[in-house]
Write a protein that binds this ligand. Sequence first.
Ligand code: SF4
Length: 363
Amino acid sequence: MKKTSPSSNAVNPDIIHRLQVGVEPLLAWYAQVGRELPWRVGKDPYRIWVSEIMLQQTRIETVKPYFARFLAALPDVQALANASEDELLKLWQGLGYYSRVRNMQKAARVIMEQGGTFPHTASELRKLPGIGDYTAGAIASIAFGEKAPAVDGNVLRVVARYLNDHDDVMKPAVRRRVSEALSQVYPDGREGDFTQALMELGEVICLPGSAVRCEICPLNALCEGTRQGTAAELPCRTAKKPPKNQERTVLILRCGDKVALRRRPDKGLLAGLWELPGWDGFLPETEVQKQVSAMGLQVTALQSAGEGVHVFSHVRWQMKGVLCEVEKEGGGFLWTDQKGLREQWALPSAFRCFFPFLPGGKG
Ligand code: SF4
């Protein structure tokens, strides 16, 4: 089997040539069948930025309503810079990885402090909080026509297969070299289309594993991976470490039609977000009762609220819920009703399994 490696020589003319011949068929295909997505309307860098941040780790169909709500509430950089933290978190509720939206606001504030003009180049964009190579490339190429590739897992998969490249795509050096090779084949005047066509191919045709749809791919006749029969096994990547298991007792503390929330610490997992209170480890109900009483709260009823699991990137929470009714509000918590949960306070989806026990039956 012939294996090639763009990562071993970023300017290998053979690699560049092979990538080059794929550009026109890819653009022609994209012009014909590219999906109409809300963030593809116009070239507003703000819209592109919001969509790219939302799309990290989240599916397109899930993002669409979030994108519409976010843009309606915060239509430009200035509005984002001025938003309250709770409004921001509420708009993001359910998307997870809240540091993404916090960084967006930090970046919006930097842009406003610098005069309110969106940076035009990938290198300027990369200086903003939360904007890495991928997002900078997406904004710079789509909004400003820079030959700046946006290399994510989808694009790495397409390129590795197209070139039958067996290098480990988890290595930063491989990503950098793929990006360097792509930057040399960007077509004049259609930079944004090329970025989006590559993304689109990875999202709908060059799918992971055996879901790959080579038979309808515009690059089929040029693709070394399909010719060699290696497409389904590429790209090569080192296995990630499984997330560490952490046991948690989650307290659904109710007083009439209200539930208690508390802020998490400013650093670490779900930093600064509202949560259902709880403890590390599985506490027996007698111990939960003791702890709640020690907060100065009079317990009137206590029962199990079932179990649930939430997997973060490095940690897996294995949770047991305890539903506890108390006589009066107190204990230093924020007490909120169904309306507050719906409109004001964002509760991370890590607690979704306990939403049926919240006022109104969900968050
Ligand atoms: S031919 Fe198959 S493996 Fe090659 S780029 Fe197209 S979908 Fe991917």
